[in-house]
Design a protein around this ligand. Structure first.
Ligand code: PEP
Ligand code: MG
Length: 588
């Protein structure tokens, strides 16, 4: 049994499907002499397709974002046309009988050695370009999940180093019952997607790829963070029982979708959903959310072959609004950077500290045309149409750090409105919200609330910045805890300040669905929560067992403890007492 970080609850049993690091296929490094011609042709085909892709991207990105952003694709194309480089790869396939992916892996190594010997940052950057190109080529060479239907028959447990957003999105359509990754933690995007799909998952299981091969029987216990490889039949039987219990309870709870969310003493709550696109909006409605509290638009960009234009964005936003409960959607502008990069904005993104660097609005500010096109699409999606006469659309900006930024954002929204007026396009005014995810903003919240219509606390980022612990690094995960006394103190102040100013406040980080944290937030006075759709029935059920007075009392008790562990222990015991029927589902 291996222990990792429990990131998406539930128990799953199935056969392993291993996704190895992009261009390393340890099972097949060498090819037979008879396969050389075919391998050369495969490489040539991948090269041609990649060149064609890059040319298309150059054209599109230049038109929509600008010449500078498109330049990176020209550089990548020139790498694929570089005869010396191409001959090297061909030579390794032909003379050393390396498979094409293995030859490309060697190419990266070759340049890494060469470039490591130089201090020149420009040349170092070339290595990043070569890696990018190799990844593009490899995508055409490797069997992708989608096509590998043989392995994906029956219940499958995906085992990967980390799950790229594009792979994770694809998983929704496959019989994936569980996910295990070597890296990542509760708030990494693979985990968020696993939760939104209701797939049990465990992250941070280092070395698991070396231990497991395709077809091995795997148990994923996403409540305890356990992964079992080829367990004994008795163990499997015991876990099958747990698996049934978990899903039965979840199905049973899903029946509460038509009831409104109220506490034991009848106080109404808003349980909203976090979504990544139209499919999740449907899930949000099915799970009984009363609206969408966070629409992460970056998935539209991450999974798009190039750049979505304004009209394309508008179509997608309208679909999301149409599918969302009460047609209520808070759309967050692009939050790229940190753990997520897109090709046309990716180049400058390779930074030593991406989470502290050029991400979110910091990046959007420097691509004004592109930023404006997103804001215009949001304002247009807020206008009533025949299909949606009553849209309730708001705009929200990620990573706001200063009041100057808020002023600048307001000005950009006004500019987008003026442009739409001039173009005679239908649009509507929207509420203007900030995500509170940077400690500096938490400190200044009393002044910042005056400049916004609403606040949404992004606890995933707020916690990582407050604790100075990377949310995706399993090694420091013990510090990224929503129940840490420092986190609770900051949150209590933010909620109090917003309530005093009569500024609506929501919390949309993963913490909203953490049962113990949820109760404390309730005690702080928070009444609006946004979470992965699959958690809504559980939190609704939990709320029905807790009164506001009890929540306040638990908060007071928690504040007396000096350590996360003591707070956790106290709340675990109390929750078991208050909602014993939820035992199989509560995360440990
Ligand atoms: C957050 O930071 O809490 C949040 C909701 O945003 P994301 O997880 O997309 O960074
Ligand atoms: Mg965030």
């Amino acid at each position: 049994m291996r222990k990792g970080i429990a990131v998406s609850p539930g128990v799953a049993i199935g056969n392993a499907y291993c996704i190895h690091e992009v261009f390393v296929d340890p099972h097949r490094v060498h090819i037979e002499p008879s396969e050389v011609a075919q391998e050369l042709a495969r490489f040539e085909n991948a090269r041609k397709k990649s060149i064609a892709d890059l040319r298309g991207l150059q054209e599109k990105v230049e038109k929509q974002v600008g010449k500078d952003a498109a330049a990176v694709f020209a550089v990548h194309e020139s790498i694929l046309l570089d005869a010396a480089l191409v001959d090297k790869v061909r030579g390794w396939i032909q003379n050393e009988r390396l498979s094409a992916p293995a030859a490309l892996a060697r190419l990266v190594e070759y340049y890494r050695d060469l470039l490591n010997r130089t201090e020149d940052p420009y040349l170092q950057e070339r290595l990043a370009d070569i890696r990018d190109v190799v990844e593009r080529l490899t995508a055409y060479l490797s069997p992708v999940l989608q096509k590998d239907s043989k392995v994906l028959e029956g219940p499958t447990i995906v085992v990967a180093d980390e799950l790229l957003p594009s792979q994770a999105v694809m998983l929704g359509k496959k019989p994936v019952h569980g996910i295990v990754t070597e890296s990542g933690s509760q708030t990494s995007h693979a985990a968020i997607i696993a939760r939104s799909r209701g797939i049990p998952a465990v992250c941070g299981v280092t070395g698991i790829l070396k231990q497991v091969k395709n077809g091995d029987l795997i148990i994923v216990d996403g409540r305890e963070g356990h992964v079992l490889v080829n367990p004994d039949p008795e163990v499997v039987a015991a876990y099958r029982k747990l698996e049934r219990e978990f899903f039965d309870l979840r199905d049973q709870l899903a029946h509460n979708r038509d009831q409104s969310a109220v506490t034991a003493d009848g106080v109404s709550l808003q349980l909203l959903a976090n979504i990544n696109g139209p499919a999740d909006a449907k899930a949000a409605a099915a799970m009984g959310a009363c609206g969408i509290g966070l629409y992460r638009t970056e998935y539209l960009y991450l999974t798009h072959p190039s750049v979505p234009g304004e009209e394309e964005q508008l179509q997608v936003y309208r679909r999301v609004v149409a599918l969302s409960p009460n047609h209520r959607v808070t759309i967050r502008t692009l939050d790229i950077g940190g753990d997520k990069t897109v090709p046309f904005l990716g180049r400058e993104n390779r930074e030593a500290n991406p989470f502290m660097g050029w991400r979110s609005i910091r990046l959007s500010f420097e691509h004004p045309e592109f930023f404006l096109s997103q804001i215009r699409a949001i304002l247009r999606a807020a206008a009533p149409t025949e299909e949606i006469p009553d849209p309730d659309v708001n705009i929200m900006f990620p990573m706001v750090t200063t009041i100057e930024e808020l002023r600048r954002l307001r000005a950009i929204v006004r500019r987008a409105e003026r442009q739409l007026q001039e173009q005679g396009k239908e649009y509507a005014k929207v509420d203007f919200g900030m995500m509170l995810e940077v400690p500096a903003a938490a400190v200044m919240i009393d002044q910042m609330v005056e400049s916004v219509d609403f606040v949404s606390i992004g606890s995933n980022d707020l916690i990582q910045y407050l604790m100075a612990a990377d949310r995706d690094n399993p090694r420091v995960n013990h510090l990224c805890q929503p129940l840490a006394p420092a986190v609770l103190r900051v949150l209590e102040n933010v909620v109090r300040t917003c309530l005093k100013a009569h500024t609506p406040v929501t919390l949309c980080g993963e913490m909203a669905a953490h049962p113990q944290a949820f109760v404390l937030l309730l005690g702080m006075g928070l009444r609006s929560f946004s979470m992965s759709p699959s958690f809504i029935p559980t939190i609704k059920e939990l709320a029905a067992h807790v009164s506001i007075d009890q929540a306040k009392e638990l908060l007071q008790r928690a504040k007396h403890f000096k350590t996360t562990q003591r707070i956790h222990r106290m709340l675990n015991a109390e929750l078991e007492r208050l909602a014993p029927n939820l035992r199989p589902i509560l995360m440990q």
